[in-house]
Design a protein around this ligand. Sequence first.
Ligand SMILES: [Zn+2]
Ligand SMILES: [Zn+2]
Length: 190
Amino acid sequence: MLLALDICFAYRYNISGTVDDMILDFSKIKLIPGGKLEFQFEEELDPAAYGFGEYALTKPVSCQGKAQHAEGSFRVEGRYHSTAELCCSRCSQLFTSPVSGEFSVSFVAGTQVDWDGEQDVYELNGDQADLGAVIAGEIFFSLPMQPLCREDCRGLCPHCGANLNETSCSCRDEEIDPRWEKLKDLLNQD
Ligand SMILES: [Zn+2]
Ligand SMILES: [Zn+2]
């Protein structure tokens, strides 16, 4: 009977958590099976601190979601939004691009990590989970392999390095295919 009461209580038990530096504290729900923790925050995130130095964020990450305690593990679902600074793969100029997405991960105490292949499992040390690591990774794997500052980026001239979005260079005129030279001669005969 006591167990039934506990579960009933747990399902109604809904906690709103505040998050400092993206640290989610499970201590309030770890003794309550099914206990839920809702969170919402806006924090600066440095991806390099988590080994993702390939990009930077120019805005704080806004994030909201919920965590639920289930048999010793904590399932965390949420959505995030920020703005990333990327380097164009054609013209090498830095540009900003909105990044957003959803995540669904589990935090499991160290020795019990059981990879189920369907969602990401993170090792939990103590009662606290760092969502910064989750979000930095989620953003990284969502980035395009070859970022473009714009769909029709004209890139750099392979000869003089000029940014062809901003200027035109004279390299093309100097490199006329010899086969066209004859045609040009023909046209000039009139
Ligand atoms: Zn570009
Ligand atoms: Zn050129």
